[in-house]
Ligand binder design. Structure first.
Ligand code: ADP
Length: 399
């Protein structure tokens, strides 16, 4: 087992899953990483990989975050040398509200603030808190650090983050755009500045994170000035199963005229829409590309709508950031789908973006690089590393 520590234990507790990894903050080396899936069901499972070896096991029925964390600690106990080099635990926390513009060393006040924000992220923040509590018990001597998905977007100006609703909704209830995927946009935008050989503070960038969830960020002079996700991660782009933007009167129409319950509507917009809803097939971009090639019209329509919405946002954000230094693609689709990148960029020809198809075809499987022609504004595909950002930020608080 490698001994290139110090290391950070990174925990990403989702509503029914936990991703965990041990990462060297200086290099990103990841000697151990794993995934717990299907919490609260009869088919919970845990898989992890330590230096090339993959191990699978099952969880007790209906296991919760605390039980899963106990198993993770047992696994770490088998790797004493690694565990002995841990200097902090970094927690991904989805919603930091307006409390956190940067990562924070966790204490009771921070826990209370995360708790207060839970009503805006009811599936995620309670899971994050469960992870924090368990890790505090398991690693009482290590600093615990919260790294927020929303923090990167606390620089948005009011004109961008407010909805045109009665101002009292913002003042009394915090109704505003928060933005998500902040650690990913942070990582790829800084990486882009390096690749462009330019000071980050001088860069005007647009980054599109396209995974199951999708968001796009406008970054002007190194500050986030707009983003497509909003009060929740539902707003904006077409996503795997989420609708993104639509007429805000549709939910009340579906409830009052079509007889759906509010819970139905919430579930439809979050779980049955997007690529999956339009295609009627799948939320998996790979499958839709394959089906579209075979002539499936619904699969083609889903991809067309996905790309069209993205093109509209890129055009809008080009107006917002001024002279563009680079358009960035990241996330599972952004890093791997030459088809989506080509289809999007080819619709931006008149704005000075021209793809190099040969470079574009080569760019996948964790590679990062330019995919544009010499006369074009830069278009970059960059492999995101959210966990590494969490490790780096957490290391700042290690003694
Ligand atoms: P998450 O948001 O859950 O982290 P990912 O960032 O892993 O998701 O992205 C998942 C998406 O990436 C899926 O739609 C998947 O089809 C897509 N994807 C992964 N590899 C490819 C590929 N080679 N070509 C096209 N799409 C891909």
């Amino acid at each position: 087992m490698s001994t290139n520590g110090p290391y950070i234990l990174v925990l990403n507790c989702g509503s029914s899953s936990i991703k965990f990894a041990i990462i060297a903050p200086s290099t990103g080396e990841t000697p151990l990483k794993g995934l717990v899936e299907n919490l609260f069901t009869a088919s919970g499972r845990l898989t992890y990989e330590a230096q090339g070896e993959k191990i699978k096991s099952t969880l007790p029925a209906k296991a919760d975050h605390t039980q899963a964390l106990q198993l993770i600690v047992e696994i770490l106990n088998q790797f004493k040398q690694l565990k002995g080099q841990l200097v902090a635990v970094g927690h991904r926390v989805v919603h930091g509200g307006e409390f956190f513009a940067e990562s924070a060393l966790i204490n009771e006040a921070v826990i209370q603030a995360i708790h207060k924000t839970s009503n805006m992220a009811p599936l995620h923040n309670p899971a994050n808190l469960a992870g924090i509590r368990s890790a505090q018990l398991a690693f009482p001597l290590l600093p615990q650090v919260a790294v927020f998905d929303t923090a990167f977007f606390q620089t948005l100006p009011k004109e961008a983050f407010l909805y045109a609703l009665p101002y009292s909704l913002y003042e009394a209830h915090g109704v505003r755009k928060y933005g998500f995927h902040g650690t990913s946009h942070y990582f790829v935008s800084h990486k882009a500045a390096q690749m462009l050989n330019k000071e980050y503070e001088e860069c005007n960038l647009i980054s599109a994170h396209l995974g199951n969830g999708c968001s796009i960020a406008a970054i002007k002079h190194g500050r986030a000035v707009d983003t497509s996700m909003g009060f929740t991660p539902l707003e904006g782009l077409v996503m795997g199963t989420r609708s993104g933007d639509m007429d805000p009167s549709l939910p009340s129409y579906m409830i009052e005229q079509l007889g759906y319950s509010a819970a139905d509507v919430n579930s439809i917009l979050n779980k049955e829409s997007g690529l999956k809803g339009i295609s009627g097939l799948s939320n998996d971009c790979r499958e839709l590309e394959a089906q579209a090639k075979l002539g499936n019209e619904q699969a083609q329509l889903a991809l067309d709508m996905f790309c069209y919405r993205l093109v509209k946002y890129i055009g809008a954000y080009m107006a917002v950031v001024g002279t563009l230094d680079a358009l960035i693609f990241t996330g599972g689709i952004g890093e791997n789908s030459a088809y989506v990148r080509s289809k999007v960029v080819s619709q931006l020809y008149h704005l000075g973006l021209v793809i190099d198809e040969a470079l574009n075809d080569e760019m996948r499987f964790g590679r990062s690089g330019g995919i544009h022609q010499p006369a074009s504004l830069p278009v970059l595909a960059i492999a995101t590393k959210e966990e590494w950002v969490i490790a780096q930020d957490s290391a700042r608080f290690a003694k």
